[in-house]
Structure formats: structure tokens, C-alpha cells
Design a protein around this ligand. Sequence first.
Ligand SMILES: [Zn+2]
Length: 201
Amino acid sequence: MKTPREKYRNDPKYRYMVDSMVAAIHKCHYTPSEMREAAVLASIIYDESRIREYRIPMIPKSVENALEVMEEVDEALASVHQSITKDNCIHDARTRGTEGFFCRDCDQYFHKDSPTYRSGELLSSLWMALNNISVGSFRAGKGDIREALDMKAKIGIGVAHDNYEDLISEAEGLLAKYGRDVNEAYVVIEHMPVSGLKKRT
Ligand SMILES: [Zn+2]
């Protein structure tokens, strides 16, 4: 049997599939395990459509196919993983700690003072904190916090900023104005009570 690398080199369709996965990891932030799930789901959907077509119970076959696909996807992902270097890694596989995060893809640790941490992890936590104070205000019947929403839009999702330190200061200043900080990102907002439900006694 050919190795994933050999298939990647010699089979254009296979290469296309792997390249699409690399693009998906880069652009859409799908994790390798989500793509693995997707491949299993694709196989199941395919078999379900065949079952409808022929009205033959084929469940065991679909499980078998799913396992085959999972194996193929594992091989393909292993070859994707091999192509990750310290320079091209987008640090998707994060193990987070209080002092920073470790990227399991490129085996690097990023301290909370590092540019990678501050421009990515910290900015997205600030985004979430701004989101949460605005949602909290809305649910308390005081409406959205407009400037928090504007700041969120300025930070964006997954956007790289050269002036990230400016955005951090601005966002932190805004949170401070409402007596909050980045820890608000980790606050779970309670669901709004649904009217018409029986009153708890
Ligand atoms: Zn990495």
C-alpha cells in the first residue's frame, strides 16, 4: 500500500483533498478532529442515501465504510501534520494554562507576555469580555453597550493586527470604564428566563 506521502505526490485527486484540508485548517479554523468527524459523517450520509435508493438495510456496511474512511483521514491528517513547521503553524491545537498556552502542532509554548499570545489569545479574550458585558447589559434590560460592540468589530475574529497593542490598551480601557477586565471573558452568562414557564416555588 502506498504511503500518504506517495499518494499525495502521485494522485492529483488525493492531493487536492489534502490541500483542501490544509486550506480549511488555515481559513475556517476547522480542527483536524472536526474534519475527521466530517469524513465519517460524509460516509454515513452517502450510505443513508444508498439505503433509501435500494431499500436494503446496510447499516453494518456503513459502519465498516466509516471506519475505512477514518483510517484514510488519519493517514491524510498525519501527512498534513508533518507539513506543519514552527514558521507556518497557526497554533490551533492549544493546551491552555494560566501562564500561557502550548501548541501541540508545533511543540512551542507561548507565555502570556509573548507577542503571539497577546496578538491572538489575549485579543480574542478581550473580544469575548466585551461581548459578555454588552450581552449582560442587554439581558439586564439596559440595552447593548454600543462602544463595546464597536470595539468588538474593531478587533474582529481571527484577524491579525499590527497595532494589536493599541487595540489591547483600548479594549482594556473600555472594560475598566465599566469596572470589568479580561476575566469577564470567562464568565458564563445565565440564559434569559423564558416567559410563560411555570414559576418555580
Ligand atoms: Zn503551533
